[in-house]
Ligand binder design. Structure first.
Ligand code: PSU
Ligand code: MN
Length: 296
């Protein structure tokens, strides 16, 4: 593993979003702009991926370009995939769960992404619950995301996070739990924090307690990018229907829904997606900066 030892605060970034979450070339431009946002906050980005069987923390630009160009020929790597992929020398993008594991090993406590996986709609039949949620229950890393997409069952996702002991808070002056493309899912987070310092205080307390679970900081999408909300919602309903008809299952479900929604909205969902990830990266960078100062 290539952990960065600079003494400066770090923010981890996942790479399934590059390999399976966005089409080329937007995956590449977003991966690079997200790193830039983190640098602008005075912290260092560490994109995580598996390259030829090596779990890498802190990719260089050539490695990011390679991932973005090979994209879906590569493997989507979650916790369960790591031993096989590492021992057999394969490459791929790490999901939130695998990225949390790598970040924790490298001593990084903050990680930024767009949306995490969650409890899928109809999970009572399919049992499809993302490994991201159990990871949040067992790995002490704070994940900064815009909540979960409404391709998922948001109330059940929040219930599951509670069961797993995950400290969930909305970043902002309200407790509304965001639904990725919209600022309010209709559900409330247990808490809200309205500044990077307050978020850093919660993470600091979590570290001092030695809790082994993670935290979820839910950042609502910036107001100016919420206009396409209704169009996106209709596309989500259609994508869910198509996934059912085509019997999509297992790890293919999320990438299928993401690309179908993008296709149906003619790229409108992608534009909102990029804006919110960049925003999450700068929020995560500011929190990491405050946490670093608190722990000096
Ligand atoms: N949600 C998004 N974009 C993504 C993902 C989820 O809006 O790119 C990716 C993340 O890497 C997440 C993974 O960890 O999908 C979850 O996949 P699954 O639902 O198969 O657990
Ligand atoms: Mn799944």
């Amino acid at each position: 593993m290539e952990a960065l030892h600079t003494g400066r605060p770090l923010v981890a970034l996942e790479s399934t979003i590059i390999t399976h979450g966005m089409p080329n070339p937007h995956n590449l431009s977003t991966a690079l702009s997200v790193e830039k946002k983190i640098r602008e906050s005075g912290t260092i980005p560490a994109t995580v991926a598996v390259l030829q069987g090596k779990l890498c923390v802190g990719l260089n630009e050539t490695q990011i370009i390679w991932l973005a160009e090979k994209n879906s020929d590569l493997i989507k790597i979650s916790r369960r995939d790591l031993p096989f992929i590492l021992s057999q020398g394969y490459s791929g993008g790490t999901t939130v769960s695998a990225t949390m594991i790598a970040a924790h090993m490298a001593g990084i406590s903050i990680f930024a992404t767009g949306g995490i996986g969650g409890v899928h709609r109809g999970a009572e039949e399919s049992f499809d619950v993302s490994a991201d949620l159990t990871e949040l229950g067992r790995t002490p890393v704070a994940v900064v995301s815009s909540g979960v997409k409404s391709i998922l069952d948001i109330p059940k996702t929040l219930e599951y996070l509670e069961t797993q002991g995950v400290c969930v808070m909305t970043f902002g002056s309200e407790r509304h739990f965001p639904a990725f493309f919209t600022r309010d899912s209709g559900q409330l987070s247990p808490y809200n924090v309205n500044s990077p310092i307050k978020a850093a205080q919660v993470i600091d307390s979590h570290i001092k307690l030695g809790l082994e679970s993670g935290l979820l900081i839910a950042v609502p999408i910036p107001e100016e990018f919420t206009s396409a909300g209704d169009v996106i919602q209709a596309a989500i309903t259609e994508a869910l229907d198509l996934a059912k008809k085509q019997n999509i299952c297992g790890k293919e479900v999320t990438p299928f829904l993401l690309s179908t929604v993008n296709h149906l909205t003619k790229g409108q969902s992608l534009e909102a997606n990029i804006a919110l990830i960049e925003n999450n990266a700068s929020v995560a960078g500011r929190i990491a900066f405050c946490l670093h100062q608190l722990r000096q």
